[in-house]
Write a protein that binds this ligand. Structure first.
Ligand SMILES: Cc1ncc(C[n+]2csc(CCOP(=O)(O)OP(=O)(O)O)c2C)c(N)n1
Length: 595
């Protein structure tokens, strides 16, 4: 937040023109907002109307040929759709909701976007200025309640600031470490008239400035990397955000460095590449976690040392020196103090590292590779010793099989969104993602209910691609009303419910760490998901036996419209490996009895 505050103080406001409130010829705040959005290239808005945004909705109707509004069924869905759209495309997702409950319903999505560095702009209505602070109908302090989970937010007090604020908001959302920006517009401001500022005249002192890596730091990093015997490249969501996947692959291949992605980093490095160790962290692979535990040098790029990755910080990578590359200086040293920090865009840093390595010459590169041959022997040993595995079953559908089957049927090409829970981890482990923006999941906040609306947003961006939401029976019931949105706009998402009749991930923890006391995790009373799908006008499919799985999945995936595929899986299957919360990699539990 701190760097943004500085930006705010230095931002040059748009040239203001005198208010002429009486003049009917001048545009209203609502019109100004629409023009400013169009100027930013926005053609898609997810939203839900209400009293405080009626002027804006009225104007939106007139602008419907230029801006398409998608009416959701709950404001949380609107924000997740905007996130899905932004994560699939790299563009800024846009949301419009009303004051009070509209804003509070949007809050979960805003926090989700903040933790996953997703660029969105959320426009909220507010009560008229003279009623602010009076506990007026549908009044909440939106700026106050969103402050801790936005990159920046605004209460627009003067219609003359509106155009400049919109420009600034988009700039902030998409630059540096991307994130959510909220613009709160009182109803009377959206009605007030003024000549809007010439949008192309708004300037930002930092807009042309790129955060480039310092050559001294790059050179020291290359020294350390070339000399290291047990290095690991630990990469996260920053790879997708800075389109650094090509540079990352070239860098890893040149020095033959092992790579482990976080959940958010999956796809940033091809999952089937011989240099990948698979995901690290709580449900990471044995090889990835052991490599971190034994590493002498962590090259951390676009990551934030999240506790689901590090476990107990004091024992995380105990022998490693750390190089941390991050575009957000506030992220560096937040959890782990690095030995060397490079505050820069991940791609620029990788390009600089790559060219520095090349200048060192063939000989140094070759001897550095040779230095690490024993390290690769050790890694291959771990991989053979404990690969990701699970036992098959003749009478129950195993969730890991479902994901493998899904991978085969989609030829590994689908965009996959997920909810949060066991199914999310199985998708991460068993669907080999090959490119950035292919997996869209709620990593930081861990928001159940994310998967379905995020899939709708991604499908809207790519109408011809196969977009599949892999969800649990719990999370699905948090946002399944958005089936109506998908059907209304003919967005043919496929929803794969991994139905275990439980809040599976919580049940697993209760089984493993609370003596099998299954407290309040039973979801055996749930709707018939096939009938529910049909009630919404979607296709409904169900498999309960292993011999049905292939055909049911294939039929559901090739269904023309929206489809819900209910797969009844083994109820008490667990996700392995697991590093218990707060433990370290060496405490990893790799399999359960009988598996
Ligand atoms: C909104 C929200 N509430 C609670 C949780 C805590 N939580 C994490 S996983 C989980 C269980 C999810 O169950 P389900 O959606 O059925 O997926 P499964 O784990 O069975 O695959 C819960 C309750 C959460 N992540 N998000």
């Amino acid at each position: 937040m701190s760097s943004i505050m500085i930006v705010e103080q230095l931002i040059t406001k748009a040239e203001r023109e005198p208010i002429e409130a009486e003049s009917e010829r001048l545009p209203t705040g609502a019109e100004t907002l629409i023009e400013a959005l169009v100027y930013e290239g926005v053609d898609t808005i997810f939203g839900y109307p209400g009293g405080a945004v009626l002027h804006i909705y009225d104007e939106l109707w007139r602008a419907r040929n230029r801006l398409t509004h998608y009416l959701v069924r709950h404001e949380q869905g609107a924000v997740h759709m905007a996130e899905g759209y932004a994560r699939a495309t790299g563009r800024v997702g846009v949301v419009l909701v009303t004051s009070g409950p509209g804003a509070t319903n949007a809050l979960t999505g805003i926090a989700n976007a903040y933790l996953d560095s997703t660029p969105i702009v959320v426009i909220t209505g507010q009560v008229p200025r003279h009623l602010i602070g009076t506990d007026a109908f549908q009044e909440v302090d939106t700026v106050g309640i969103t402050r801790p989970c936005v990159k920046h937010n605004y209460l627009v007090r003067d219609v003359r600031d509106l155009a400049a604020i919109v420009r600034e908001a988009f700039h902030l959302a998409r630059t540096g470490r991307p994130g959510p920006v909220v613009i709160d517009i009182p109803k009377d401001v959206s009605a007030a008239r003024c000549a809007y500022s010439r949008l192309d005249h708004v300037s930002f002192p930092f807009s042309g400035k790129r955060v480039t890596p310092g050559s001294g730091a790059v050179s020291r990093a290359v020294d350390a990397i070339l000399k290291s015997r047990r290095p690991v490249l630990y990469v996260g969501g920053g790879i997708a955000n800075s389109a650094a996947d090509d540079s990352l692959r070239r860098f890893a291949e040149l020095l033959r460095l092992p790579v482990t992605p976080t959940l958010m980093g999956l796809g940033g490095f091809p999952s089937a590449h011989p240099l990948t160790l698979g995901m690290l962290g709580m449900h990471g692979t044995y090889a990835a976690n052991m490599a971190i535990a034994e590493s002498d040098l962590l090259i951390a790029i676009g990551v934030r040392f999240d506790d689901r990755v590090t476990g107990k910080l004091a024992t995380f990578a105990p022998h490693a020196r750390v190089i941390h590359v991050d575009i957000d200086p506030a992220n560096i040293g937040k959890n782990v103090a690095p030995d060397l920090a490079i505050a820069a865009d991940a791609n620029e840093a990788l390009v600089a590292l790559l060219s520095e390595v090349i200048t060192r010459g063939e000989h140094q590169i070759e001897s550095s590779r040779e230095l690490r041959e024993p390290w690769w022997d050790q890694i291959r040993h771990w991989q053979q010793q404990q690969p990701l595995r699970f036992s098959g079953s003749f009478d129950q559908i195993k969730p890991q099989t479902v994901i493998r089957e899904l991978h085969q049927l989609t030829e590994g090409k689908a965009i996959i969104t997920t909810d949060v829970g066991q199914h999310q981890m199985w998708a991460a482990q068993f669907y080999p993602f090959t490119r950035t923006r292919q997996l869209i999941t709620s990593g930081g906040l861990g928001t159940m209910g994310f998967g379905v609306p995020a899939a709708i947003g991604a499908q809207l961006a790519f109408r011809d691609r196969l977009v599949i939401a892999v969800v649990g029976d719990g999370g699905f019931q948090m946002t399944n009303q958005e089936l109506a949105t998908a059907v209304q706009y003919d967005l043919p998402v496929k929803i794969l419910i991994m139905n275990n009749g439980y809040l599976g991930m919580v049940r697993q923890w209760q089984e493993m760490f609370y003596d099998r006391t299954y407290s309040e995790v039973d979801l055996s009373v749930s709707p018939d998901f096939v009938k529910l799908a049909e009630a919404y006008g979607a296709g409904g499919f169900r498999a309960t036996r292993p011999d049905e799985l292939h055909d049911v999945l294939a039929a559901g995936l090739s269904h023309q419209g929206v489809a819900v595929i209910d797969i009844v899986i083994a109820k008490e299957e667990n996700v392995f490996p697991i590093v218990p919360a707060g433990a370290n990699a060496r405490d990893m539990i790799v399999q359960s009895d009988g598996v």
